[in-house]
Every structure is written in structure tokens, then in C-alpha cells.
Design a protein around this ligand. Structure first.
Ligand code: UDP
Ligand code: MN
Length: 668
């Protein structure tokens, strides 16, 4: 600032001096000034000319030097002026840059500030996608709704991504014959995401020895998703350019359900062995060899690989421990403990005998046909895996899990093809019960809380499947329970089941109450299993889901002996500890504890809600929704519906469904 104000003065002096000096130089060089200066000097000073010359020249040189200094000074001033200007510009520029940088930082900060979460309740965003912009969130959520897994992410991941090798290290030491049978891999789908299907195909191509993989058959169970039409056909063409004849696609012209889709794939297959898979899988390294080797060894064995779980949101793989595939009385799949006989083998690679499969399977193609492939009468989803398993075991085959064959299966948050699978599961379960379960079929009715007769549920025509059972001379379900699945425990003492209502108010039902917790409640009647009740002729009163397995976790109503609240205790624990868990009851009568003689009754609280109390009996009576074998008068094995007056009045819903809740969604 200071410099700027002084500058005009310096410039004026400088210019005046410069003009003066230039005039002097002109005169001097023309000689006039020279003779004047030198002459006068000679006269006045009487110096020798040479001396005078030298002095003048010296002074002139000084003048020149000073002039140079002046010039330099001016230059300096100008430079400084320039510098000032430059500095000004620079400061301005720097200011601009700083401002820009600041703006960028703000923008960056804005960028790094987590964007607004548009779907805070969506399961998709619980562990994933926090950095997605709003538009991206919308897209991801849309795809998630449509498919039940993270398609937004799947579309970004490489089709040939690596997944962890989850095999036991001892599997890697296994060697296989060079003469293994050939394989048809079948992928069935209805409205799966294209990238998911492509990743399944890619994994099969990359992780199956090419000389063993004869074909990959895609079965489209009437998808409506547009990208699975022409676009998928294009992709198939591309695959076939690289691997001639490897891929085939068959398209259903109506939705037939997964059992029929699997059958379609099986019919089209031509290799020695078929592996029938879901379309949302990635086979892991070395998956095929153990399957082919085991089926080569025994053509009657139907095998399942071990599943690892690919989370629906992160698509990351979670290793699942080896377990056997079982089911409960709803015929919903569950994992069971490894058999002691297998543990005793001390061979982590040995096949494991299993009561059932989850869905995905591999079998000798011809053997699968001989035993009747899959039951085409199964609709939509569910039950077909148990049906096949019972048929295989009862009709001369075996089911095994192969620890060295592993497949990663994408779990689904929801099924895109059905909002509620219960009707299909229930109907298909009844079909299995009616074809295969003989005198134990009532267990399926009980578990689903369906009346034993006139259920009103159409499970389709089973005559051809019954004829098949005859033709194959299959063993009984009793044989199966005793020899294959002793863990599944039938109960023959149940004489009443369903909703239990008190005469005081029939709009509320006995309910297991909050879980965790062991206080039963009276709750507005609904159709879920928390209100399932099972009364045994032996006196036990189960409340909640019918589990019926060894070391049962079923819960029994007990009288603690003190206080007025009843409680729910594990039935096996209650038996062991001698709790007061036996009740006298008949439809339309009181519920009386056999030991304490107290009655189970209800009491209306000030709030209007009812609570359960144990007290000296008043006049309260109870009804139960369904009865079995005329309350024990006839055998459970020849069930028919009892019709006591109160129970009859209270039989409001006959199709009360228990919604199965899978502990793992690893069903294949
Ligand atoms: N699927 C089918 N038709 C149907 C229902 C399912 O082809 O009507 C296919 C589905 O696309 C999947 C396979 O059957 O590839 C198994 O179904 P899902 O994966 O839903 O069953 P989960 O594995 O959960 O038991
Ligand atoms: Mn699946």
C-alpha cells in the first residue's frame, strides 16, 4: 500500500533527470559541450588536458552510472509496481483459490455428510448403502422390493467374483476318478435378477471341470420380468459362442411352481447326473466332483451339497456349519444335529445320512425318473423337498449331505412370487401327509391347526402318487420315523387343539404371551401359532407352536403352586422337575390343575383387558377349537371331529394358519 502512494513522485523525478541527462549527452557528443567544459576547465584549473579529460570522463561515467541507477531505480519501481499489481492479482487469485478450495471443502463435507436416509426402515439399508445418494437409494430399494435381495449391488459385482472356499481342509486332499459321470446343471427361476442368474451360470462354468459339465439348462417358470426375455437370450447366445451347445433354455408358458420347473429341467437333461439348483446360487470350488463320485458309487443316493448363506443385503458369504436337513411337523425345513454314527467315523469328508433335503439336489438322472422325479401336484413352493425325501427313503434310496460339495445360496428377505406362502405350504404339506405319512398324518394337521376332517383345503388329486407308492412297494412312514428320523417325535395323546376360549368372553384366546417371557395371556383371537393350544389326554396343555421333537422345547402350562399367575415351562423340564403341569379338562368344562386343584380362570382388569388367574374354581368353563378321536374314545389314528356344544360354538375359524418362521432361509 505504502509503495503505491510514493510511486508517481519517484517517476516524475526520474523522468526529469533522464531528459536532462540525455540533453547533456547530446551536447557533449556534438563537441560543443566538450570544448566548453574542457576549455574552461583548462583555463580555470590549469590541469593537463589528459587529466581533465579523465576527470570529466570520470564524472560523466558517474553520471551514467547514476543514470543507470536511476533507470534501475525506475525499473525497480516499475517492477515493484508490477509486483504490486501481480501481488494484487495473485492475492486476488489466491483469494479466489482459497474461496474455491473452501467451497470444495464445503462441497466435500457436504458429500461426506451422510445423505438423507430415505428408507430408514428398509432391511436393505440396515447394514449397507449409507453413502448412496437419494436417487441411488430409490433405485436400490425398488430393485430390493422387486427381487427380495440386493440387485443394485449384484449389478455392480463381477460375475466371476471370488467367494471364500468354505470346505474343510481335508476335502482338498481328496482325489477323484478320472472317469466320473457327466453332469447336467439345471437352474430354475421365476423373476430372478439377470445378473444373479448370470453369476450362477458363470460360477458353474468356472468351477466345474469342462469335461464333466455336459450342459446348463435354464428353466424359466413364466417370468414376467422383461430382461429375462430377449436380453437373456442374447446372453445365452454369447455363452454358446464361447462354449458351443452348453446352454439351453426352456420357458414355461404359465406359472407352474418350482416342483414342475425342476421336473421340466430334469426332462430336458441328458447327462448321467442332474444337479437341480436355484438360480440365485454360486457353486463353490470343487462342488461337482464329490457329487459325481458319490452317485457313481451308488445310483440310488440323492445328495445335497452344503449351503453357505449369501446375505440378501451385503451379498457377502457367511459360512454355515455342516448339519443334516430335517423338518418339523409343518414340514417346514430345519437343521438337525449331525448323527453320532457320522461323528464316530472321524472323517469330515464322509457323506452324512440325512432325513431330508432342503430343495437343491443332485441325483442319477435315470434313478430320479424311476422313483417319480418330483411331485408335479405341488403348487408354487414348499413340501416338494419333504415329499421327495420320504419317497427316496421309503422306496429304496438314500439321502445324503456331501460335506465337500458347497454352494452359496442367496437368502431372500421376501419372496417376490408370493406375499404369503402359508396357503401353498399348508396345502402341499397336507398332500405329503396324505400320500406318505399313514397313521402319523394327523401330526401335520395338528401342527397347522387344521381340523382333521373336512379341512376345506384342496390338496389336489393324489391317486397317481399313491399308485406310484404301491408300484414301488415303498416302506411305511413308521419305518421312516424309526430308521431314518427318530428325532421327529409323533404325539398320540392330543385330544383337543386350536384356540382356547373362556365362556366369559369369546373374543379373547389363550396366548403364549410375550416372548421372551413365560406368562401366558388372554389376547384378541388371531390366526398365528402363539395361540395354538394342545391338550393331551395325559393332562399336559401345550401353548404355542407344536415342536414335537426329541428333547422337546414345547411349552407346558403349569401352576407354580404360589401366587395366582400360571406360567409356561419347557415340558421336558417341567416333567423332570415335577412341576404342576397336569390339568383336567373337557370341552365346556373347567380347567383344573390335578395337583393344586386350582382352576385356570380369567379376570377382567380395570383397563378392560383380561388376565389369567389360578384360583378356587368359580363357574368359568373353556372350549377348544378342534377335538381328536372323540376325546380319546377312539384312536387318534382314526381321527374324527368331536362336537361338544361349547367347542362347537367356539369353532370360528377352521383354516387358522401357523406361519412357519425359518431359523435359516437356507432352503434351496
Ligand atoms: N421358483 C420357480 N417357480 C415358482 C417359485 C420359485 O421357478 O413358482 C424358483 C425360484 O426362482 C428359485 C427356486 O425356485 O430359483 C427356489 O425358490 P426360492 O429360492 O424362492 O426358495 P428358497 O430357496 O428360499 O427355499
Ligand atoms: Mn432359493
Amino acid at each position: 500500500m505504502k509503495l503505491r502512494r510514493k510511486l508517481p513522485t519517484v517517476l516524475c523525478i526520474g523522468l526529469t533527470l533522464a531528459i536532462a541527462v540525455n540533453l547533456l549527452l547530446v551536447f557533449y557528443t556534438t563537441g560543443a559541450l566538450q570544448s566548453f567544459v574542457l576549455g574552461s576547465l583548462h583555463k580555470e584549473l590549469r590541469f593537463p588536458l589528459s587529466e581533465l579529460d579523465g576527470a570529466v570522463i570520470q564524472r560523466l561515467s558517474h553520471l551514467e552510472v547514476e543514470l543507470q541507477h536511476l533507470e534501475e531505480g525506475m525499473k525497480l519501481a516499475l517492477t515493484q509496481q508490477e509486483n504490486v499489481e501481480n501481488t494484487r492479482k495473485r492475492v486476488k487469485e489466491e483469494g479466489r483459490l482459497v474461496q474455491k478450495a473452501a467451497e470444495t471443502t464445503v462441497n466435500e463435507a457436504k458429500k461426506h455428510k451422510p445423505p438423507k436416509q430415505l428408507f430408514p426402515h428398509s432391511q436393505l439399508f440396515k447394514q449397507w448403502g449409507q453413502d448412496l445418494s437419494e436417487a441411488q437409494q430409490r433405485k436400490a430399494q425398488d430393485l430390493f422390493q422387486k427381487f427380495g435381495y440386493n440387485v443394485y449391488l449384484s449389478d455392480q459385482l463381477p460375475l466371476n467374483r471370488t467367494i471364500p472356499d468354505t470346505r474343510d481342509s481335508r476335502c482338498l486332499q481328496k482325489t477323484y476318478s478320472s472317469q466320473l459321470p457327466s453332469l447336467s446343471a439345471i437352474l430354475i427361476f421365476t423373476n430372478e435378477a439377470l445378473s444373479i442368474i448370470q453369476r450362477a451360470i458363470t460360477s458353474i462354468i468356472n468351477r466345474t471341470p469342462s469335461w464333466l459339465l455336459k450342459e446348463i439348462i435354464l428353466v424359466d417358470d413364466f417370468s414376467s420380468n422383461g430382461e429375462l426375455k430377449g436380453f437373456l437370450d442374447e446372453k445365452i447366445k454369447l455363452y454358446n459362442q464361447e462354449y458351443p451347445g452348453l446352454l439351453k433354455i426352456i420357458r414355461h408358458t404359465e406359472r407352474k411352481g418350482l416342483a414342475e420347473a425342476r421336473n421340466t429341467g430334469w426332462e430336458a437333461a441328458s447327462a448321467d447326473v442332474v444337479a437341480i439348483l436355484d438360480a440365485h446360487i454360486e457353486v463353490n470350488v470343487g462342488w461337482a466332483e464329490p457329487i459325481l463320485a458319490r452317485i457313481q458309487e451308488d445310483r440310488t443316493v440323492v445328495v445335497s451339497p452344503v449351503f453357505d448363506n449369501v446375505h440378501f443385503d451385503t451379498l457377502q458369504l457367511e459360512k454355515y456349519e455342516l448339519a443334516v436337513d430335517g423338518f418339523n411337523w409343518e414340514l417346514w425345513c430345519r437343521y438337525d444335529v449331525l448323527p453320532q454314527a457320522w461323528i464316530d467315523l472321524r472323517d469330515a469328508t464322509a457323506p452324512v445320512k440325512s432325513p431330508s433335503i432342503m430343495g437343491i439336489l443332485a441325483a442319477n438322472r435315470l434313478f430320479l425318473g424311476e422313483i417319480g422325479s418330483l411331485d408335479g401336484g405341488m403348487l408354487v413352493y414348499g413340501g416338494e423337498n419333504v415329499e421327495l425325501s420320504l419317497r427316496v427313503w421309503q422306496c429304496g434310496g438314500r439321502i445324503e449331505i456331501l460335506p465337500c460339495s458347497r454352494i452359496a445360496h442367496v437368502e431372500r428377505h421376501h419372496k417376490p412370487y408370493a406375499l404369503d406362502l402359508s396357503p401353498a405350504l399348508r396345502r402341499n404339506a397336507l398332500r405329503v401327509a396324505e400320500i406318505w405319512m399313514d397313521e402319523y398324518k394327523h401330526m401335520v394337521y395338528l401342527a397347522w391347526n387344521i381340523p382333521l376332517q373336512n379341512s376345506g383345503i384342496d390338496y389336489g388329486d393324489i391317486s397317481s402318487r399313491r399308485a406310484l407308492r404301491e408300484r414301488l412297494k415303498c416302506k411305511t412312514f413308521d419305518w421312516y420315523l424309526k430308521n431314518v428320523y427318530p428325532l421327529l417325535k409323533p404325539i398320540n395323546t392330543i385330544v383337543g387343539y386350536g384356540r382356547m376360549k373362556n365362556s366369559l368372553d369369546e373374543s379373547v384366546c389363550l396366548d403364549q404371551g410375550p416372548v421372551p417371557g413365560n406368562t401366558p395371556t388372554m389376547h384378541h383371537c388371531h390366526q398365528f401359532y402363539s395361540q395354538n393350544v394342545y391338550y393331551h389326554l395325559t393332562g399336559e396343555l401345550y401353548v404355542g407352536k407344536l415342536i414335537a421333537e426329541e428333547n422337546t422345547r414345547d411349552r407346558c402350562l403349569t401352576d407354580p403352586g404360589k401366587g395366582e399367575k400360571p406360567s409356561l415351562e419347557s415340558c421336558s423340564k417341567a416333567t423332570k422337575n415335577g412341576l404342576f403341569m397336569y390339568w383336567d379338562f373337557k370341552p365346556g368344562e373347567a380347567v383344573i390343575n390335578r395337583d393344586t386343584k386350582r382352576c385356570l380362570e380369567i379376570q377382567r382388569e380395570a383397563s378392560g383387558t383380561y388376565v389369567l388367574v389360578l384360583q378356587t374354581c368359580t363357574t368359568q368353563v373353556w372350549g377348544i377349537q378342534h377335538t381328536v378321536g372323540n376325546w380319546g374314545q377312539t384312536s387318534v389314528r382314526e381321527p374324527h371331529q368331536g362336537t361338544p356344544a361349547l367347542a362347537d360354538r367356539m369353532t370360528s375359524t377352521t383354516s387358522t394358519a401357523s406361519t412357519p418362521n425359518a431359523t435359516h432361509s437356507g432352503r434351496g
